[in-house]
Design a protein around this ligand. Structure first.
Ligand code: ADP
Length: 606
């Protein structure tokens, strides 16, 4: 797993700017205009009282002063209006950038990144933490961009006013800088605490989210109620909330200390500035207007300075969140996404050969697939059986091209699967997994996987899967939504109907390599027998692998592969393996005797 890369605030700002300027050509001009107006406003605000005091104390033409004062007031009012408007514009731009550009970038990554990365615990953690950077206006991506304008404004203002302040009285500037320095170190101390403790605090947040999500799943709802798990889940959730809150209070407490120090320093600053300036005024070094101007400059300068430290501090937190997002987005795919052999040239049905394949999941030492060698001939039907944990589903993931072997090769028509472009390779494989995954869209969309589809072909697949009549009876036919999540008149399918729908989806793909991973687990015996027949028919002209715990179902397959500890322990026809008298035969006898016993019991009862 790659190390998480940390970027400096400047690097992250440039990264966001690169993206935002690509999609929004008016972003930088709007930012520059906002800065210009917001820089000019405090200058006018400082000059206004100075002009008023000068009018009162220096004598001269009242008319002239009034014109200047009124002019400045009009300018200030206009500037405030423009500034308000531009602030709204920038706010909108930043928000749109987060929602319309970055949220889709994150979503696309989740949809297209290599499945093996997404499925890994590390990938799941990255996906969960990346969310924080896009959660709201004030954090991560949008927070950093929002703070760019005040940061630049404060920096420029600070330099301009600092230059003016140093010319007036360098001692004041020195005091201000010392205070700001102290503030900076308090902020840094608070941030360091945050940095060190955030990963642990994030796990509480993830726990909280996870428990809520699972608790809201109807599939879990039954068990939760039936086994009175509410209190247990609630307590686990609340423990996460309490721990997260404890951390938040510690973190915010440290940050709040900076606000306290701000206020204390403000009083000291004012006391010192007034003392020095009153002294200068009494000595006759400055007049009343000069006094007002200097106080104006010093207080504005202090504001710039303080705001600059505050914004830099906010950035320091936001940059951590942007780092988390980048860590998720910049995960490097491990499969081949470059050019590869032309999949349309692969013979139909293909031959698949596993050559000494070994594989273990990331972070696990024990191989799940262990030096497995097996040839599946073109058009052959293979039954893959074995106890739980033998590695069957993992083998399916390898054959599907979702993972690649650690060593050894899987060859399709003599070409290593890893040579193919990973996305192209998927065109060769149609897999029906045991875990049901139907999205809350229409039946037609679920079967075809897209919005615009060939309705005749979808109806034909539904017919082959034995679901046509059920769908025909629905008011909107193919356009009926599954579940009521998106449409009020959506339907809920039974377990068996869901399996058939997924089967129709597999048929729709019409891939030459067909893999069915325990597809009848949720079915009653009649539906199961019916589906077996349908599978048998649809596997014609395809190379197929069929995984099932019901060993009777292996009989329509050409050969049986009995897997144990990631190896092909026994390979042969059903009859050969029974004659061999090995593990498969033992398991088959066990299942048959169970059925026989059941029959005997039924006979005795009648
Ligand atoms: P089967 O399908 O034969 O029941 P699996 O291929 O599902 O076996 O699992 C084989 C082994 O791999 C089991 O020990 C299981 O715990 C482990 N395993 C399965 N999926 C993962 C995963 N995504 N990450 C880590 N370990 C896994």
């Amino acid at each position: 797993m790659e190390e998480k890369k940390q970027h400096s605030t400047a690097e992250n700002i440039l990264y966001l700017l690169r993206h935002v300027t690509k999609v929004d050509h008016t972003y930088l001009p709007a930012l520059a205009a906002t800065l210009a107006v917001k820089l000019a406003l405090p200058i006018v605000a400082t000059l206004l009282p100075t002009a008023a005091v000068a009018a009162l104390t220096r004598g001269g033409s009242m008319e002239q002063y009034l014109t200047v004062i009124l002019g400045l007031m009009a300018l200030y009012a206009l500037g405030t209006a423009i500034s308000g408007y531009l602030t709204q514009v920038m706010g909108l731009k930043n928000m749109r950038f987060r929602i319309q550009t970055f949220v889709p970038i994150q979503f696309r990554k989740a949809l297209t990144m290599d499945f093996c990365l997404l499925e890994s615990p590390e990938g799941q953690k990255k996906a969960a933490t990346a969310d924080a950077a896009l959660r709201s206006n004030d954090v991560g991506v949008e927070g950093m961009l929002r703070h760019l304008e005040p940061w630049l404004l404060n920096l420029i203002g600070m330099v301009l006013y600092g230059a003016a302040a140093v010319r007036l009285d360098w001692r004041i500037l020195l005091v201000l800088l010392a205070m700001t320095g102290a503030n900076y170190f308090i902020a840094l101390w608070a941030w360091r605490f945050n940095m060190q403790t955030k990963p642990t605090a994030d796990t509480f947040l993830q726990g909280q989210k996870y428990l809520r999500r699972e608790g809201e799943q109807p599939a879990n709802g039954k068990d939760i109620r039936l086994y009175h798990m509410e209190k247990w889940l609630m307590d686990a959730h609340n423990a996460c909330v309490i721990n997260r809150d404890k951390w938040r209070r510690q973190s915010f407490g440290r940050r709040a200390l900076r606000s306290v120090s701000d206020s204390v320093f403000l009083v000291i600053r004012d006391a010192l500035a007034y003392a020095m300036l009153v002294g200068s005024f009494l000595d006759g070094n400055i007049d009343a207007a000069g006094f007002t101007l200097t106080i104006g400059i010093i207080s504005t300068f202090t504001n710039w300075l303080n705001e600059f430290v505050t914004t830099s501090d906010d950035w320091r937190y936001e940059t951590l969140e942007v780092d988390d997002l980048r860590d998720f987005l910049e995960q490097k795919d491990v499969l081949n996404h470059g050019p590869g052999p032309d999949v349309s040239q692969v013979k139909r049905p293909p031959q698949v050969e596993l050559r000494d394949v070994t594989f273990s999941y990331p972070g696990q030492e024990r191989p799940v697939i262990n030096h497995l060698s097996l040839t599946i001939h073109s058009g052959e039907k293979i039954a893959l059986v074995g106890l739980n944990g033998a590695g069957k589903t993992t083998l399916v993931k390898l054959l599907s091209g979702l993972y690649k072997p650690d060593s050894g090769e899987i060859l399709v028509d003599g070409m290593p699967t890893t040579d193919f472009n990973a996305t192209e390779y998927l065109r060769l494989v149609g897999t029906l997994y045991q875990d049901v995954n139907i999205l809350p869209f229409t039946i037609g969309e679920n079967v075809s996987g897209r919005e615009d589809y060939d309705r005749t072909w979808v109806w034909s697949c539904l017919e082959q899967a034995g679901l046509k009549e059920v769908v025909e009876a629905m008011p909107k036919g193919l356009d009926t939504s599954i579940t009521q999540q998106l449409e009020r008149d959506g339907v809920n399918l039974s377990g068996g109907q869901q399996q058939r729908l997924l089967f129709a989806r597999t048929l729709h793909k019409n891939a030459p390599l067909l893999i069915l991973d325990e597809p009848t687990a949720a079915l009653d015996p009649l539906a199961e027998a019916d589906l077996y027949q349908k599978y048998a028919r649809t596997t014609e002209g395809k190379t197929s692998i069929f995984i099932s715990h019901r060993l009777s179902s292996t009989q329509f397959c050409d050969r049986v592969v009995y897997m144990e500890h990631g190896c092909a322990a026994e390979v042969g026809t059903h009859r050969e393996l029974l004659e061999q008298g090995g593990k498969y035969a033992e398991l088959f006898q066990l299942q048959s005797s169970y059925y026989c016993d059941e029959k005997e019991v039924q006979h005795e009862n009648t």
